[in-house]
Write a protein that binds this ligand. Structure first.
Ligand SMILES: Cc1cc2nc3c(=O)[nH]c(=O)nc-3n(C[C@H](O)[C@H](O)[C@H](O)COP(=O)(O)O)c2cc1C
Length: 190
C-alpha cells in the first residue's frame, strides 16, 4: 500500500538523518512531508529535505508562498526523533508551536501515530517521562521503546554513537502496519 506520511522532527541528533526516512518511504511509493519543531531546524538541511520531498520543511503557522494553511491529509504520522521535551508536551496535549499543534490535531483525528524517542537513560528514568509514555500508549499511540522493539534509551553521553542505529526503517514499517490495521477508513483525511 502507499500513502502520505507526515513526519515531525524534534531537536535531537538523528534529525540530521531524516532523509533516511524519506528515502525508505519513497522507495515504497509513499509521499512525505516534514515538519520540524523550532529547535529541530538547526539540525536539518532544509534545502536537501525540500529537494527530496518536494515541499518545504514546515515549522511555523505561516506557510511558504503557495502552501496551504490547513494541515494536509495524512495517512500516518511519525514523530522521530522525539525528544524528552516534546514527548512530555505531546502527552500533556500542549500545542505551543506549529509542530505540537499539528501533532495534537493529527492524533485527535486518529491518524495512526508512531513515536520514536531519542532520549538518554537518565531522562528516560524520570517520572514525567514514564507517565508520558504510559499516557500516550493508553491513547493508542505506538511508541518504539523497550526490549520488545529493540530500541532502548542510551547511556548519557553516548548519543552520537547511538544516532547511527536510529530505527528509521522500523518507524516506517510500524506506521505502515498501523495503517493496514486501521482499515480503509482513514480519519486523517478531512
Ligand atoms: C546538540 C544537541 C543535541 C541534543 N540531543 C538531544 C537528544 O538526543 N534528546 C533529547 O531529548 N534532547 C536533546 N537535546 C535537547 C533538546 O534539543 C531540547 O530539549 C529542546 O528543547 C527540544 O526541543 P523540541 O522538543 O521542541 O524539539 C539536544 C540539544 C542539542 C543542542
Amino acid at each position: 500500500m502507499t500513502g502520505h506520511l507526515q513526519v515531525v522532527v524534534c531537536g535531537a541528533g538523528p534529525a540530521t538523518d531524516v532523509l533516511q526516512l524519506t528515502q525508505i518511504a519513497g522507495t515504497r511509493g509513499w509521499t512525505v512531508a516534514i515538519t520540524a519543531t523550532p529547535n529541530a531546524q538547526d539540525f536539518i538541511d532544509s534545502a536537501a529535505v525540500e529537494a527530496a520531498t518536494g515541499s518545504p520543511v514546515r515549522s511555523s503557522y505561516r506557510p511558504s508562498s503557495g502552501a496551504r494553511r490547513t494541515l494536509p491529509p495524512a495517512d500516518a504520522l511519525v514523530i522521530a526523533p522525539a525528544t524528552y521535551n516534546s514527548i512530555n508536551k505531546i502527552a500533556l496535549g500542549l500545542a505551543d508551536n506549529y509542530a505540537m499543534t499539528s501533532i495534537a490535531e493529527l492524533i485527535g483525528r486518529k491518524v495512526p501515530t508512531v513515536i520514536v524517542p531519542f532520549v538518554n537513560a537518565a531522562l528516560a528514568a524520570r517520572a514525567p517521562f514514564l507517565r508520558a509514555v504510559a499516557a500516550l500508549r493508553d491513547e493508542g499511540i505506538h511508541i518504539l521503546l523497550g526490549p520488545q522493539d529493540g530500541w532502548e534509551p542510551h547511556p548519557p553521553g553516548s548519543g552520537s554513537e547511538r544516532q547511527k542505529a536510529f530505527p528509521w526503517a522500523a518507524a516506517f514499517g510500524t506506521a505502515v502496519e498501523l495503517v493496514q490495521g486501521a482499515g480503509s477508513t482513514m480519519s486523517g483525511r478531512p
